[in-house]
Write a new protein. Structure first.
Length: 467
């Protein structure tokens, strides 16, 4: 019987060691929730944009006639609606992955629970057979020496402790299974909601496409008239770009003239300092008995370094920047993708670059900035701190404002009213004017451009959450 007890003891000890190290990593849930959070944030942002588009559309429809502005807004809403469906689909995949993982975890935990219960039952049977204190004492007193007796005593204590741990492990496993079942049900409920949302959005898209086709059909009936109007607008837009380029060139030239005057002043200071130093040297030489001729070189070690800088040949298209302007330029560049929108609420209704007209196939439009649609009466605001360098009347209608941010410039076109003056320092998000409203189109929009020297850049890459 003692031999059988020892065999069982060895078996239990090995099992204990095995279970102690069996702490599978799959029981721990992943703490990385970033992708899911990003999808939720993206879905919320798209929903907000759709609300904004609907708000603009409600104003556009007030004139009760189909317009290009109306069509552009409807197209944009359809695009955002499709983005929303894609985001919901990505969320569905994520939820389905969670369901699959939870089901696997649940199966593994149940299998582990069965093993734990079987082992615990064996331990209970063993304990029942050897429950009397006499058997335990005989096991200890049968030791060959004191050390063995002490070891057997510790073993009996550890065995008792292990039984308690096994019981707790069973309870813990059962609790985990219950928690996974609740979580699994939550995921399945969320999946059903997402499937419902996806189907609902698909139905809405069908209705919106019908509306799009109606507006497009009405516009195509007057294609010749539209082409003539668009050609005029295209020419006006081209003239606008030439005017902006000219204003920027004049600004660079003005900066270069200022730099030249500053350099001439420094050069004069340098000449006066050398002349004064030479006169002092002559006086010093005349008081000595032995005249030592002064060196022909006019090098003076004490001349400040900022005065003896060599003259630079300035490039008309590269502005001369002060240290302050250079710092502002670096600060502006470091905020790429973080700049605030030039309106409190709005949507990009025409992208940067060349693209086909939404109503007339083959008619290409070139946009040197992005067109931002907003609600009537909305104010334009500075995307970054800087200095107002130019205010002019735009060939496309309205006024334009150019603000310098070191080497960079932001241009705000199609303003009905301007609040700032040339030479004025403006702060981040400071209101610079009211956006013009087109009664014929029933649309309120402005054109934002970002320039670096004489080169335009895509503003959507600079604005926060614009892509």
């Amino acid at each position: 019987m003692l031999c059988q007890f020892k065999k069982n003891s060895v078996f239990i000890f090995l099992l204990l060691s095995f279970l102690f190290f069996l702490s599978p990593s799959f029981l721990a849930q992943s703490s990385n929730k970033n992708p899911k959070k990003e999808l939720e944030n993206k879905k919320k942002r798209i929903n907000d944009e759709i609300k904004e588009i609907n708000s603009i559309l409600s104003k556009t429809k007030a004139n009760k006639k189909s317009s290009i502005g109306n069509l552009v807004t409807i197209n944009l809403r359809l695009q955002k609606r499709q983005d929303l469906i894609n985001t919901i689909s990505a969320e569905l995949k994520s939820v389905e992955s969670d369901i699959f993982q939870n089901e696997n975890k649940q199966i593994q935990l149940k299998n582990n629970l069965i093993k734990l219960k079987k082992e615990y039952a064996r331990m209970l049977v063993f304990a029942q057979r050897n429950k009397d204190a006499y058997s335990s004492l005989m096991f200890i007193f049968a030791s060959s020496d004191f050390n063995q007796a002490y070891s057997r005593l510790k073993y009996m204590q550890q065995y008792s402790e292990y039984r308690k741990k096994q019981a707790l492990e069973i309870i813990n496993n059962q609790n985990q299974i219950s928690a996974y079942i609740i979580e699994l049900n939550d995921h399945r409920h969320k999946k059903n909601l997402l499937l419902g949302n996806e189907e609902e959005e698909k139905q809405v898209i069908k209705f919106e496409k019908v509306e799009q086709e109606q507006v497009l059909s009405e516009l195509q009936k007057k294609e010749k008239q539209l082409k003539a109007e668009l050609q005029k607008k295209k020419e006006a837009a081209l003239q606008l770009q030439l005017d902006i380029r000219k204003l920027i060139e004049e600004e660079v030239r003005r900066k270069s003239v200022q730099a030249a005057k500053q350099f001439a002043k420094q050069k004069e200071q340098k000449t006066n300092l050398i002349k004064k130093s030479n006169e002092e040297q002559k006086k010093l030489n005349s008081t000595e008995t032995k005249i030592i001729p002064a060196p022909k070189s006019d090098k003076i070690e004490n001349i400040p370094k900022d005065i003896i800088k060599p003259e630079k040949k300035e490039n008309l298209f590269v502005p001369v920047l002060t240290e302050e302007a250079e710092a502002l330029s670096i600060d502006f560049e470091s905020n790429r993708g973080k700049l605030p929108w030039p309106v409190a609420k709005g949507i990009i209704c025409e992208p940067y670059g060349e693209h086909e007209h939404p109503a007339i196939k083959g008619f290409m439009i070139l946009n040197s900035g992005i067109e931002i649609c907003a609600i009537k009466g909305m104010q334009a605001r500075a995307v970054f701190e800087g200095e107002v360098t130019s205010i002019a009347v735009s060939p496309t209608g309205g006024k334009l404002v150019i603000i310098r941010h070191g080497e960079y410039l932001s241009v705000y076109c199609n303003l009905a009213e301007v609040f700032v003056k040339t030479g004025q320092k403006v702060m981040l998000k400071q209101s610079i004017g009211i956006i013009m409203h087109d009664e014929d189109e029933g649309k309120t929009s402005m054109n934002l451009q970002i320039w670096k020297g004489q080169k335009t850049m895509d503003p959507s890459a600079w604005l926060f959450n614009a892509r």
